[in-house]
Design a protein around this ligand. Sequence first.
Ligand code: UD1
Length: 418
Amino acid sequence: MKNIRIQGGRPLDGAVSIQGSKNAALPIMAAAVLHKGETVLHNCPKIADVLFMEKILARLGAKVCWKGSSLRLDCSSLKNTRIPDEYACQMRCSIILLGALLGRFGKGDIAPPGGCVIGKRPVDLHLSMLKALGARIEEEGGVLRAHTEGLCGRAFVFPKQSVGATEHAMISAVLAKGVTHLKNCAREPEIIWLARFLNGMGASVEGAGTDEILIRGVDALHDSAFQTPPDRIVTGTYLCAAAITRGKIIIENPPIAELPAFLGVYGKMGGQYDMVGGKLIADGRKAYGAVSLVETEVFPGFSTDLQSPVMAVLSLAHGKSHIRENIFEDRFRVAESLVHMGAHIRINGQDAYIDGTKELRGCRVRAQELRGGAALILAGLAAKGQTCVENFQLVERGYEHIQEDIRGLGGVAFAEEE
Ligand code: UD1
């Protein structure tokens, strides 16, 4: 187990550069499987989830190598179509490899995928989409076995918007015969990045970022390189760090257009921000306002991934706030630890009621999932005394160098193995 120790009480101050986006990099890595050749992903974050995906690709037979922060994936001799169980169950996103394998080889096997413990997180939309494109899927001894004589483009309406299922459908349709017309698609920025990547390798994808996406199947793809964009969730987390410590930070490369709803909430809390020469100056010195309702929604609504960091900030606000979680049913796990640190939070189903307190106390708490763990680190930065967040490795699934970044901003944070 890994822990991180944080000494609270210092307003953050300084400049920070944002790592490449986890949620953009993962589906792009999966999509690389479609091509019998080379894909280079620049500015790829070296985080646990990316390293998991890298291991899966290597086990499938890809040649994988890093040069600095550039990840080179050579899938020309990739031949295995069974996604190793030990990785599949640790990372939910691995399901989207199934469509890539079906597209390239006409078959693929996977154990039901895992991921962060934030609800039931079924994969029914993924499977019904694959079936609609012509895959047959059987479950055998807990393993999903998919095969096809060839995927065929067709119209498919998602019964519910899903980021992963939309990305999965786009990847599956790239080499399918004919035209795939997807409706009720998710519109998250990572879907646009995936479409740009796919088009850059020779695919034909139109409409990403709207709720209808059209993919014309192509026969072949080519080598390509792609620049991973900065991570919008890490950006939001660091803005929360500025707010909770009443600090002032500069984000060197902010994906500002990808954070509309979050910046709205940040403003309501009293946070101020300004873009100067492409950098975001975020002033959290007055970010102690309570917010009557923060509601998580699909993009461009407020991201569920920033709900826990915002909960940490609101626990020190002047007044009462209310958060409603609409995306995942079990995403308030962090509340118990925040309460342990002195926060006043009451959970009722998908609603969290927060009565701002004057002070949080540093103590020993445990991360239960990625974003909740990040929220505890933020709480620790503002708390009186020292906080030890156990299970720091869960935070490292998504944050490449959070402890170094905190130190660079004048905070005190040290990871330790136990
Ligand atoms: C992605 C992000 C995650 C983010 C989430 C919502 C990645 C790697 N992860 O996760 O950080 O929190 O989007 O923005 O990009 N659902 C079903 N059936 C399915 C698939 C999903 O019912 O087959 C449900 C989920 O349980 C959830 C909702 O749909 O309630 C949205 O999930 P989805 O958008 O698919 O999230 P992920 O792609 O898993």
